[in-house]
Design a binder for this molecule. Structure first.
Ligand SMILES: [Zn+2]
Length: 185
């Protein structure tokens, strides 16, 4: 039997319900206004509706968490880029020196990124930084900078990597936490 779908409205939540062969009711909040419910094939609609109603507060909280930032306009992009470049001009030489990387010919590229704040190719010493960093505090840019530079010594994020981060930037975990609340988009 093909999966059956229907849109239901519970208070201010519009949800798409799909009945399919599965064990338990499940709600996923994809984006504000995009709530999806999966229900076992034989679940009556009133049971689904009650399930959603009982979780309205949770759905509202989830919707506010997944709020997708609107893309930067051209002007905003230019501003972010020049601000990030300024911060980088200030911090990069200091950290390259401090970490003993002067001979590595490290080069930086500012790129639009959607899922990561930075990346590093150790073989070429190329480091890419997310354009959106230009909208954050310099201490968060500094964290990403030191993180990516540290990858020139250590590939993964294991104990050796963490030990280097601890030595270089003792509060890096707090900075990472602050950064994780933002989106690189
Ligand atoms: Zn990394």
């Amino acid at each position: 039997m093909p999966n059956r779908s229907r849109v239901i409205q519970i208070l201010d939540v519009t949800a798409t319900v799909t009945w399919k062969p599965m064990k338990n009711l499940r709600i996923r909040v994809m984006a504000p206004g995009d709530v999806r419910v999966s229900a076992p094939t034989r679940t009556p609609q009133r049971v689904v509706e009650r399930f959603v109603r009982e979780r309205i507060d949770w759905i509202h909280r989830a919707e506010s968490r997944v709020r997708v930032p609107k893309p930067m306009g051209e002007e905003e992009e230019r501003a972010a880029r020049s601000r990030l470049q300024l911060i980088l001009d200030e911090l990069a030489p200091v950290w390259i020196e401090r970490l003993g990387l002067s001979q590595r010919g490290v080069r930086f590229f500012i790129r639009k990124m959607t899922t990561r704040w930075g990346s590093c190719t150790p073989s070429t010493a190329r480091i890419r930084l997310a354009l959106a960093l230009g909208k954050t505090e310099p201490r968060l840019v500094e964290y990403v900078l030191v993180h990516e530079l540290t990858h020139l010594f250590e590939g993964g994020h294991g104990p050796a990597f963490q030990a280097r981060m601890d030595a270089a930037l003792p509060d890096w975990r707090a900075r990472r936490k602050a950064l994780n609340r933002l989106s690189p988009r």
